[in-house]
Design a protein around this ligand. Structure first.
Ligand code: CP3
Length: 351
């Protein structure tokens, strides 16, 4: 079983970490992307008190509370730190606003060749404090997941200033200035490694690297800007914390998932709902653990549909080490009762 530096003599009881170390667990660990968020009334209440979304991310008391809210209700096997992937460009010095109902807006793009590490670390201190607080309140059998955006996905937002699902302007910039784009990716590898290593030092049990827009890159750029930078971050983490569990989530990578699983260096690969779980289990389930991949609209739907879709998905995992999750985040209109229904199915299922 995988051992974590400094905790080698502690009994390993966290189901999520067992699956991540390659065990075919009988009970399936689960958590949900965006499990803390607007579908929960207690989140919306605190969000109103906090004012802006960024205020909530950078207030350790609020952020720790929101991180724990879904576990109190549903008993997931892991909490995910409440923050956002865009705090990294913000800490590098790019201005950031979340426009109500419209999503993130970043200030003018600048290729930060030199990182002001003192300023970067200082701006991110509240995140590390949130981790320490959550750690204190979390039960011994629950894991805490830290996270960051992958360099490609973060660069998309930094260059284009906002998301639109296609990122043609960011891609056009990257394809016409590949060397300059390489330098930006390099800066993000350094910053993200540092950020994740600090999260680990503060107490997270695993980290997830979100590459939400990985599916927008064709070969050979997928290798250049998705696989290689991720590999460098994982290697940096492992220099400080050997064998530390890392989940990579290159969303909509399709046929390139296998290459990612074989070369990104991660211990677990998150798959979206468009990639067959059966195929993942068969083709790379012996090399990495697999996480995913329920269509989020089944959770929105609930009832018999949810029940039968969850059961059929669980069968498809076969004997692969498996963590149940959605293929993308919880949709904000999802009734919390549907999440309770899902939690009950998973708590009682055995393979
Ligand atoms: O529960 C969790 O999963 C942890 C917290 C978390 C958030 N964002 C909170 C959030 C995590 C891990 C993220 C990651 C994130 N943020 C990604 C990668 C995952 C993905 O969704 O593909 C991306 C691309 C972002 C950038 C981002 N943040 C966008 C595009 C938006 C606006 C879209 C929206 O849903 O409003 C956000 C805002 C955001 N991040 C919210 C939450 C709960 C909603 C803000 C609010 O409460 O008003």
């Amino acid at each position: 079983m995988q051992e974590r530096l400094g905790t080698a003599n502690l009994p390993q009881k966290k189901l999520l970490l067992q699956a991540m170390s390659g065990e075919c667990t009988s009970q399936i660990p689960f958590w949900l992307m965006r499990q803390a968020g607007r579908y929960l009334p207690e989140y919306r209440e605190l969000r109103t008190t906090a004012g802006s979304f960024l205020n909530m991310c950078f207030n350790p008391e609020f952020a720790a509370e929101v991180t724990l809210q879904p576990l109190r209700r549903f008993g997931m096997d892991a909490a995910i730190l409440f923050s956002d992937i865009l705090v990294v460009p913000y800490a590098l010095g790019q201005s950031l606003n979340f426009v109500e109902g419209e999503g993130p807006r970043l200030g003018p793009f600048e290729n930060f060749a030199e990182i002001d590490f003192a300023a970067f670390d200082k701006k991110l201190q509240p995140v590390y404090e949130t981790i320490r607080r959550v750690r204190k309140s979390l039960a011994a059998d629950k894991a805490l997941i830290g996270f960051a955006g992958a360099p490609w996905t973060i660069a998309c937002y930094m260059v284009q200033g906002q998301g639109d699902g296609a990122f043609n302007d960011a891609k056009k910039f990257a394809f016409s200035n590949p060397q300059e784009f390489d330098r930006l990716i390099g800066t993000l590898v350094t910053a993200t490694s540092r950020y994740l290593i600090e999260q680990i030092r503060s107490g997270v049990d695993a980290v997830q690297i979100f590459d939400s827009w990985a599916g927008l890159l064709p070969e050979p750029y997928f290798e250049r800007w998705v696989i290689k930078p991720t590999r460098r971050i994982v290697d940096n983490i492992h220099k400080a914390y050997p064998a530390f569990p890392v989940i990579g989530f290159p969303r909509q990578a399709g046929a390139l998932y296998q290459k990612y699983a074989e070369n990104a260096g991660v211990s677990c690969v998150g798959i979206d709902q468009y990639f067959p779980l059966e195929q993942a289990a068969r083709t790379f389930g012996d090399k990495v653990a697999i996480q995913g991949n329920l269509e989020p609209v089944f959770l929105l739907t609930g009832g018999k549909t949810l029940e039968s879709e969850v059961r059929s998905l669980l069968e498809k995992a076969g004997k692969a080490p498996f963590i149940f999750n959605l293929g993308h985040g919880v949709i904000k209109e999802t009734p919390p009762e549907h999440v309770a229904q899902l939690a009950e199915i998973l708590r009682t299922y055995r393979r």
